[in-house]
Write a protein that binds this ligand. Sequence first.
Ligand SMILES: Nc1ncnc2c1ncn2[C@@H]1O[C@H](COP(=O)(O)OP(=O)(O)O)[C@@H](O)[C@H]1O
Ligand SMILES: [Mg+2]
Length: 341
Amino acid sequence: MTHGMFGRVGVIMGGTSAEREVSLRTGEGVAMALEERGHDVVRISYGAATRGIDELIRAANIDVAFLALHGRGGEDGCIQGLLELFGIPYTGSSVLASALAMDKLKAKELFRLHNVPTPPYYVAGESDLADLEDVHGSFGFPAIVKPRSEGSSVGLTKATTMSELQAGIELALAHDKHALVERFIKATEVHVGMLNGRVLGAIEVVPKSGLYDYRSKYTSGMTEYICPPRLPATRVRGVMNLAERAVRALGCTGACRVDLLVTEGENEYVLEVNTLPGMTPTSLLPKIAQSADIEYGALCEMILDSATLHNAKPMRESARPSSVVFVGQEESQPLGRRAAG
Ligand SMILES: Nc1ncnc2c1ncn2[C@@H]1O[C@H](COP(=O)(O)OP(=O)(O)O)[C@@H](O)[C@H]1O
Ligand SMILES: [Mg+2]
């Protein structure tokens, strides 16, 4: 296979976000699959108590980073920025695209700019709680309340009354400075898997509770997954097309998963783009890939293959050094050497 092509692969996992546990499972799954395929893998697991992630990455002496992180710090452009400075290619989207996708408000603003339909919404902060009736106005119920930048349905609730809305916003604000209040869309939920801007396939998600919340996501038996979705072929094509447009609107690359809602009428809405989707062997992206005859290990390798630096200045042929050395391989190299060169 591609044995040895990438050198030493660092699978970075754990982190300090609300999705730490999922990340550890993603990381272990990916690391094992890459090892089975003959790659030289080093697990880089970190948390609040470990030493700095920058030190860990430099000490690991890696040529490429496979990001198995989710949520804040790992999926939002922070780690991506560190790896850009180190000159270590990484999987997933660029600093900018990662940050935009993680920020549900900025993502929605871009969706609207690019005519990608997304549920109607408004933003609520601490100061809105005092006169919430006025703020909410004629927005109506039911509404979905979520933190501006979280994942895995952490802090997400459905509100059908003013007091539930109040409680929902308070909960969301415990996770973030802003809450997003969205129109609740009664719809079929479809997730589309993408790799390098192309659609891998789609899966229908049917949570028994009606809402794909944290429990539905991570308790086995709480959600049914149907692949391909039970929708007419033309509808599925429409959804896939919309997913492609959503990914393009934010500039995401590598592997992504787009969450969409498809109503019984004519409407389709994009909820969000996940730039580092769950990659445990039973996660949705691997399930979607499976339906396209791509095995878990092969998918991990395809994602690894897509690892790149995004911010590196293209060098003129004459200015290119005779041998390129990744900064991450030489611990003594100062930060930013690559950018300066
Ligand atoms: N506007 C909405 N209408 C109906 N259901 C929603 C809406 N927003 C979110 N949901 C439900 O909540 C889940 C999580 O929302 P999502 O926006 O994807 O955030 P997260 O980052 O937590 O996954 C969705 O998969 C869906 O089941
Ligand atoms: Mg989601």
